[in-house]
Design a protein around this ligand. Structure first.
Ligand SMILES: C[S@@+](CC[C@H](N)C(=O)[O-])C[C@H]1O[C@@H](n2cnc3c(N)ncnc32)[C@H](O)[C@@H]1O
Length: 269
């Protein structure tokens, strides 16, 4: 009798679980359908209004982010391009370099605006990303080295921007890179730079009290992480101001100005 009841109870439970599973599966299928539809809409929107639609394969998307979904790739790029046009305008009035352009996240949204198709240049140390972009017909990008110099003549650009590039370069090389940015900019040229700072260190579970103390004392933190440019770098505001001293006027320094990163607008002295 008890066994019979137990087996009936188990069967009812199994049926309930089966129903819930079916419901969950149909909800997932519906969400996937909606994601597919939204991707189609974004593709169409990009083609119609931006004249360009780049979506690298998922493994290349992982070179520039922690997740590989299309929404993240497009969403991040849209935000960055908006920041670029806020800083440099629709017509930057000369060539602007996207240093560390990756596989074109920002370029996607810039190309169709103002004079950007003519004035955009990009470079990255990631040869795979650059080859992929070139295979898509983007001629204005090239590979560069891990350390200066960049493959451009002095004073070539009126502007330069780099989203999350110094965040992957050892802090002890930052000064050399600021000197290089200074070299490739025309006198009075502007740079927009993002850096990871206190927000990446203070109160973070992955950062020990010892690491935080060292960061405070030296002004920087460097942690190696596996994966493509997944290393962790943080520099204090004082460190960045010191690294740019004598080269640039710091027009603006904003804590958490770009998501969790600080950002700076610099003008070549
Ligand atoms: C987080 S990703 C950001 C990519 C791009 N700026 C964007 O917002 O989509 C960092 C990029 O910096 C590039 N990078 C790292 N060190 C570099 C260096 N020394 N010179 C040029 N690019 C570099 C990486 O290859 C990678 O594409």
């Amino acid at each position: 009798m008890i066994l019979d009841l137990q087996s009936k109870g188990r069967k009812t439970l199994e049926k309930q679980l089966e129903k819930q599973l079916l419901l969950a599966k149909s909800q997932i299928a519906e969400q996937q359908r909606q994601i597919g539809l939204l991707e189609k809409i974004v593709r169409q929107e990009l083609k119609t209004h931006r004249s360009f639609c780049l979506l690298p394969p998922p493994e290349l998307r992982m070179h520039v982010g922690r997740v590989s979904d299309a929404a993240n790739f497009w969403g991040q790029g849209m935000g960055s391009a908006k920041r670029v046009t806020d800083v440099f305008g629709q017509d930057p009035g000369g060539l602007v370099l996207d240093w560390g352009c990756g596989s074109g996240r920002t370029l996607n949204w810039l190309y169709g605006q103002g004079t950007w198709l003519r004035n955009y240049r990009g470079c990255d140390v990631d040869g795979e990303a650059i080859s992929w972009l070139q295979a898509q017909g983007v001629k204005s990008v090239t590979t560069c080295g891990d350390m200066p110099p960049l493959p451009y003549t002095a004073s070539k650009f009126v502007g330069l921007f780099c989203f999350s590039v110094l965040t992957h370069i050892h802090p002890l090389n930052h000064r050399a890179w600021y000197e290089e940015i200074h070299r490739v900019l025309k006198p009075g040229g502007k740079a927009y730079v993002t850096v990871t700072s206190d927000a990446a260190i203070v109160g973070r579970k992955t950062i020990t009290a010892d690491d935080e103390a060292k960061y405070r004392e030296s002004g920087w933190f460097y942690g190696e992480r596996p994966g493509h440019y997944k290393d962790a770098v943080a520099v204090t505001r004082t460190f960045s101001l010191e690294a740019t001293r004598g080269l640039f006027e710091v027009v603006r320094y904003s804590e958490r100005g770009y998501h969790l990163m600080d950002d700076m607008i610099l003008r070549k002295l």
